[in-house]
Design a protein around this ligand. Structure first.
Ligand code: ATP
Ligand code: MG
Length: 331
């Protein structure tokens, strides 16, 4: 039995990439582990957000976690900003983080490059990783299941935990990263050399978990591929088709080899249609459960209970960390 923590930003509606790279694995993990699933809204505001959209995205994400199979009786589902210990420890960890190491983070470089000039980049975008470290360390997390894109942040979390333990007191558990073998990196449908992201400005680049079947068909049909017409996996030379093969295989459970054989001699049109069907089949029951939950009181009850439980655990670790650093008074 391990303690598992994972967070997702309410920065848009979850994509099939988030599902295959993250949520799907959480469902398995919760069976035998003590899991914390967090809606990291304080991470989302590191880039500009519309107030009402953010509120909606937070609720929608909570409902999607549950609709996908997160069991609130087994796991703790909560909203980051409802547990103040996260920003408190985040600040303390910022004080042992170096600007140089934070500036080296790929996500910071990518997101900062997208904004117009340094004036438009928030300082929170730079100090996001110590807050993420705090999220993880507050629950004595052993394992963090994430997609490939978060590996670097996890490495930094481990460094910060070790740095703190060496400098002050041995308080933090050093977390392990766990990256799934399949689905770890679903690529954009419009630029298959770039990862699929829910905050992508181009809606055609991602499949949202709440997209209607028609929309899914349309997006997959217009996915960028190559012109040689052969359905084979070759991530380097055929990134578009390879990405669709990964999506198809992860959704249907068919191996990539079997799919290559099944679609040998057939065109991309037919393959894309079958891929769309595999995606629709997996999303349909989730969407039905989502519609039942989204406006229910039950959703609020689950989130209230989650915040209480998370606060209780997080405050214990926060108290130890404050004491180790010499903050406040001895009581
Ligand atoms: P944003 O564009 O706002 O950063 P995102 O789609 O990258 O959104 P995150 O909230 O950053 O989503 O990440 C949530 C989880 O989904 C993380 O575990 C991350 O590793 C995983 N993930 C994100 N994108 C992908 C992807 N394209 N393929 C597989 N896993 C992914
Ligand atoms: Mg991301």
């Amino acid at each position: 039995m391990h303690t598992i923590f994972s967070g997702i930003q309410p920065s848009g509606t979850l994509t099939i990439g988030n599902y295959l790279g993250a949520i799907q694995h959480f469902i398995e993990l919760q069976k035998e582990n003590d899991c914390y699933f967090c809606i990291v809204d304080e991470h989302a505001i590191t880039v500009p957000q519309d107030r009402l959209k953010l509120r909606n995205n937070i609720r929608s994400l909570a409902a999607l976690y549950l609709a996908s199979g997160i069991n609130p009786e087994k796991s703790t589902l909560f909203i980051q900003s409802e547990v103040p210990a996260h920003t408190q420890l985040g600040w303390m960890l910022q004080s042992i983080s170096y600007i140089g190491e934070l500036e080296r983070m790929t996500q910071f470089k990518d997101k900062a490059a997208k904004s117009a000039g340094k004036e438009a980049v928030s300082s929170a975008l730079l100090t996001y990783p110590p807050l993420m470290a705090s999220d993880i360390l507050l629950y004595k997390t052993d394992v963090v299941p994430v997609g490939e894109d978060q590996k670097q942040h996890l490495e930094l979390t481990r460094n910060l935990a070790e740095r703190f333990n060496n400098k002050f007191n041995d308080i933090f558990t050093i977390p392990e990263v766990r990256i799934p073998e399949v689905g770890a990196r679903i690529m954009s449908l419009q630029d298959p050399t770039k990862k699929m992201s829910k905050s992508d400005e181009n809606e055609k680049a991602f499949i949202s978990m709440l997209d209607e079947p028609k929309k899914i068909e349309k997006k997959i049909k217009s996915a960028v591929t190559d012109s040689d017409g052969i359905v084979t996996f070759d991530a380097e030379n055929k990134p578009g088709i390879s990405n669709l093969l990964t999506i198809h295989s992860s959704c249907s459970g068919e191996s990539i080899e079997n799919l290559e054989t099944a679609f040998a001699g057939k065109g991309y049109g037919e393959f894309k249609q079958a891929t769309a069907k595999a995606v629709i089949d997996i999303l349909k029951p989730i969407q039905e459960r989502y519609n039942e939950l989204i406006n229910s009181e039950k959703l609020d009850e689950i989130l209230d209970k989650g915040a209480d439980n998370a606060s209780f655990e997080a405050n214990k670790v926060l108290k130890k960390a404050k004491k180790a650093m010499g903050l406040g008074r001895v009581k």
